[in-house]
Design a protein around this ligand. Structure first.
Ligand SMILES: Cc1ncc(COP(=O)(O)O)c(C=O)c1O
Length: 385
């Protein structure tokens, strides 16, 4: 078979993966290998396969594809985004180390950092990511990594990584980016100086609301460390999850482009509605990080938020009137979803803490799906009425 021109574009890699199929009779779709055990060679441990080790066939396929999409040497598939964050950081931090993190992070990540890490002797400082001087001020001799999430859940803020990249490389520690909201179609953190990329693959990567999984991407040596954590803390995925995820990733490029298009149109429509106090979407000129988003993202994403006049009551009335957009947590799938972070990802924060983080009562997050945008607009219009 002739060798295809290299390098392949992202959409092609997402469909085919980086490995070429050459043998006649090979299936076009890589089959599900729903086996936990594999025959082993006698007299050696080399080549031993076991799904918990992250080396079973379906996981290997997704790992190779994700490394190609993120532009890293290697990637690892785990059983959830939360597992990915935990193992990614446990591979970087030891007791006595210090983690410097943005305070604008997913609620589960925040709990991991503030409730679990200190008990393991790992100190964590949360900083306002827009306060550029504070990052430097909070550095310690023991700091081993910087963690950020961008775009931020649920406020859709977009961070400029330039300063953090300098800080991390000057001090020789890792810049870790949770890039769940962007997917590699809209943003590839490594091209902006990140060392480690984390995804909740449950979201855009899979895209169909039917798989729980996570990905960590980085250098081959580092991913080997993460793999050891995954093996021993039991965070590997089932082969069927990996198979479904490979199928989801094949359509990532078209899905994300449609998410981007629909969200921009819905956000623009909402901007002029009198019941809406504020629309948060990085593609709008009114967004505080619109310039950063324009300069760094390839697309503004499928996530937006509304702050409704009338607070929590107005938000409840709104979500209960929606008929096309489902009231459900999570995000990044083909079906549009609306949720109130005060009852989901940020339920453990006090109302004051949420308001300080830009999530006042009345805040509704919308994960804009790939339906016809006219139906989404009329659904929102009806619910706002
Ligand atoms: C930005 C972000 N990171 C990580 C996670 C955790 O992922 P999972 O639910 O797949 O464990 C989530 C979940 O909502 C998220 O939104």
């Amino acid at each position: 078979m002739p060798t295809p021109p290299v390098p392949l574009q992202l959409a092609t890699l997402a469909v085919h993966g980086p490995e070429k199929r050459t043998s006649v009779g090979a299936p076009v779709v890589f089959p599900l290998v729903q086996s936990v055990n594999y025959l082993q060679q006698v007299g050696t441990e080399a080549g031993l396969l076991y799904p918990r080790y992250g080396n079973a066939p379906n996981a290997e396929r997704v790992q190779a594809t994700m490394a190609a999409l993120e532009g890293t040497e290697a990637a690892l598939l785990l059983s959830s985004g939360q597992g990915a964050t935990a193992c990614a950081l446990l591979a970087l931090l030891r007791p006595g180390d210090h983690l410097l993190s943005s305070e604008w992070i997913y609620g589960g990540t925040r709990q991991l950092f503030l409730e679990q890490f200190p008990a393991m002797g790992i100190e964590v400082t949360l900083v306002d990511p827009t306060e550029s001087r504070v990052w430097r001020q909070q550095l310690r001799r023991e700091t081993r990594a910087i963690f950020v999430e961008s775009p931020v859940n649920p406020t859709t803020r977009v961070l400029d990584l330039r300063q953090l990249r300098v800080l991390a490389s000057e001090n020789g520690f890792a810049l870790v980016v949770d890039s769940t909201f962007a997917s590699p179609v809209n943003f590839r953190p490594v091209e902006h100086g990140a060392d480690v990329v984390i995804h909740s693959a449950t979201k855009f990567l899979n895209g169909h609301h039917d798989v729980l999984a996570g990905v960590v991407a980085g250098s081959a040596a580092y991913i080997e460390e993460v793999r050891q954590k995954m093996i021993l803390w039991g965070q590997a995925p089932d082969p069927f999850a990996a198979w479904l995820l490979e199928r989801g990733i094949k359509t990532l490029d078209v899905r994300v482009r449609r998410h981007n298009e629909n969200a921009l149109r819905l956000a623009r429509w909402c901007e002029s509605h009198p019941a809406v106090e504020r629309v948060l979407y990085p593609g709008l000129e009114s967004h505080p990080d619109h310039e950063v988003a324009r300069n760094t993202l390839n697309g503004f994403g499928g996530m937006m938020a509304l702050v409704l006049r009338g607070g929590g009551e107005a938000a409840e009335r709104f979500v209960s009137q929606l008929t096309v957009i489902a009231h459900a947590p999570s995000l990044g799938g083909v079906d549009s979803l609306a949720s109130e972070p005060r009852f989901s990802s940020h339920a453990r924060l006090s109302p004051e803490e949420r308001a300080a983080a830009g999530i006042p009562d009345g805040f509704v997050r919308i994960s804009v799906g790939i339906e016809d945008v006219a139906d989404l607009i009329s659904d929102v219009q009806g619910a706002l009425r």
